[in-house]
Write a protein that binds this ligand. Sequence first.
Ligand code: HEC
Length: 173
Amino acid sequence: MKRIAFLLVVVALVVGVAVCEEPPSKAAEGKADPVFGIKIPAGYRDWKLISVAHEAGNLNDLRAVLGNDVAIKAYRDRKRQFPDGAIIARLAWIYTISDENNKVFGRDQSFVAGAPTNVQFMVKDSKRYAATGGWGFAQFKDGQPADAAVGRTCFACHEPVEDRDFVFTHYAP
Ligand code: HEC
């Protein structure tokens, strides 16, 4: 009997610790952006990959587009419209020469992700963001939201792809 009681205490302790270690809010982190009120979605760095791209010119970056589960499902089901709750993240890093890799290849051919530039999000909420095609837009650098002036440029530039629900990136198979 004593042994069972002891085991019960151990189990209770383990469960208690597990519950206490759960973070208070898993929904979002940090300050909200000033235009759409979007915070950095928790765990976005672990979302699934939609595609990658390289922008030259002033941006000079390498970028990855990730989606939360709702967005990924919509892509895989080939839905034209993303349902509410879908979030798409665009991460970007400076396009950097890799001397380390070039040495191994024996010639200059290797470019990799350097320091992060900024991260952008599109959040689908057809009621809240009805005025901008159902999407809220936000950009963050080092965890800080961009100025309102930046947030107001997003939708106009995404409008040309209205027929794809304002999303440029195609799902890379
Ligand atoms: C000058 C036009 C332009 C502006 C301004 C712009 N975007 Fe985009 N955005 C694009 C293009 C083109 C792509 C796809 C190519 C790429 O990722 O480089 C894209 C891709 C994205 C993606 C990945 C999903 C998709 O549509 O492919 C997100 C998320 C995103 N932008 C968010 C934003 C946010 C947030 C802002 C404002 C802070 C913004 N964009 C401003 C043109 C723009």
